[in-house]
Design a protein around this ligand. Structure first.
Ligand SMILES: Cc1ncc(COP(=O)(O)O)c(C=O)c1O
Length: 398
């Protein structure tokens, strides 16, 4: 028992496990909102989200449900009709047979990661993550008492890990799994089918889990996306309605897992979340009737991507990681600054363009990179490109 009342109060502090770094992109969003409150027009290229709403069919389904359904808790693993529809999507899109029982609906893919990491890895486990990469994988692992072994990627490996990298991470750190995203965030690079097969084989020979984040599937501009399920029955696939389906705020995603993991994850989901949001699940089911609209969104992204790939080099930003998908360009700004965080702050204040510093994705090399998201309107992206080209900060060096 603490000796004094002051000691007792001092003992009330946040846990060590909660001491995870901020998700910097959310801080940039906050700074952008402050600029807007001052009356400045900001072009948002920081947050990875479509500027479009959910497809009309999703909105109609949600509106009807609000009028006619109770919208109470659903089953912990999601509405059976949605699980079945997602399973059918695998047949339609990839020609892959997936039993609906293996599809688990989650509160965004973010909750999917929490459930998967809890079900797959014990406290203290190490998990291999490519760097640069999505920061929340690392931070979720930390909060769960697990940790990341970073695999540095670069031009030589098209910014993706190799089978040899996995062997080395197992030898060196005894990692228990690999998390890989293709298309990737922040780079937009993709695994060719053969490389995905190589990673699946490396995970199998080492007896470690393969977690495949397929949240940017549907958003590839030339290369074919392949699901990890084509290479491994043991893979855990994570996906979401946030990106291709244009439904970030609805908070609904899914996992496809081996049968043996269904019940452990169901128990975790019951206790942690009870169920994913009911109205969002109804909307997600409706979204499958709006695929034409989503393809039209994708054509806008393709146009925005081409526009930026043409315009950024004219501003002196020539070194762009070869992005095959998602809606990001990861740009080397090292000729202009050793500090991408300061660079993005100046860019926001001076020309009203919000973008995310690479340090969010790669604590070391990220200080010379900036990620631009091009999921907004083409007019907005064109205006951003015009502002960037006219920015004195770049003109001085270009
Ligand atoms: C690679 C990647 N995975 C997962 C997520 C989480 O998305 P959500 O929880 O909205 O499904 C994001 C969000 O930006 C992401 O970029």
């Amino acid at each position: 028992m603490p000796a004094t009342q002051a000691d007792a109060i001092a003992a009330l502090r946040a846990s060590q496990r909660s001491d995870v770094p901020a998700f910097i992109v959310m801080d940039v969003m906050q700074a952008a909102a402050e600029q807007e409150a001052l009356g400045h027009k900001v072009i948002h290229m920081e947050v990875g989200q479509p500027g479009t709403p959910a497809p009309r069919s999703a909105l109609a389904a949600a509106a009807k449900a609000l009028e006619s359904q109770t919208l109470g808790y659903t089953l912990a693993l999601g509405m059976p009709a949605l699980r079945e529809r997602i399973a059918r999507y695998y047949a339609e899109r990839y020609g892959a047979a997936v039993e609906p029982e293996r599809v688990l609906v989650t509160t965004g893919s973010s909750a999917g990661f929490v459930l998967a990491f809890l079900a797959l890895f014990d406290t203290g486990a190490k998990v291999a993550l490519p760097s640069p990469g999505y920061p929340c994988y690392r931070h979720i692992l930390t909060a769960l008492g697990q940790s990341a072994t970073l695999i540095e990627t670069g031009d030589a490996s098209r910014w993706m890990p190799t089978g040899a990298d996995i062997d080395a991470a197992v030898r060196k750190d005894g990692v228990r799994g690999l998390v890989v995203a293709s298309p990737a965030n922040p780079t937009g690079t993709m695994l060719e089918p053969a490389r995905l097969g190589e990673l699946a084989a490396a995970c199998r020979r080492n007896g470690i889990w393969l977690v495949s984040d397929e949240i940017y599937h549907g958003l590839a501009y030339g290369m074919r996306e392949e699901t990890a399920l084509a290479h491994s029955d043991d893979a855990i696939v994570v996906n979401s309605f946030s990106k291709y389906f244009s439904m970030t705020g609805w908070r609904v995603g899914w996992l496809v897992v081996p049968s043996a993991l269904v019940r452990p994850i169901e128990r975790l989901a019951q206790n942690l979340y009870i169920s994913p949001p009911a109205v969002a699940q109804v909307a997600a089911l409706g979204a499958f009737d709006g695929l034409d609209e989503l393809e039209a969104n994708k054509r806008v992204y393709a146009e925005n991507r081409a526009l930026l790939l043409g315009e950024l080099p004219k501003a002196g930003l020539e070194r762009i990681v070869p992005a095959d998908g998602a809606f990001y360009l990861y740009v080397d700004v090292g000729d202009f600054t050793p500090d991408s965080h300061a660079f993005t702050k100046e860019m926001l204040v001076e020309i009203g363009v919000a973008a995310t510093p690479g340090v969010d994705f790669d604590a070391g090399r990220g200080s010379r990179y900036v990620r631009f998201c091009y999921a907004g309107t083409t007019a907005g992206i064109a205006e951003a490109a015009r502002r960037i080209r006219g920015w004195r900060r770049l003109a001085a060096r270009a």
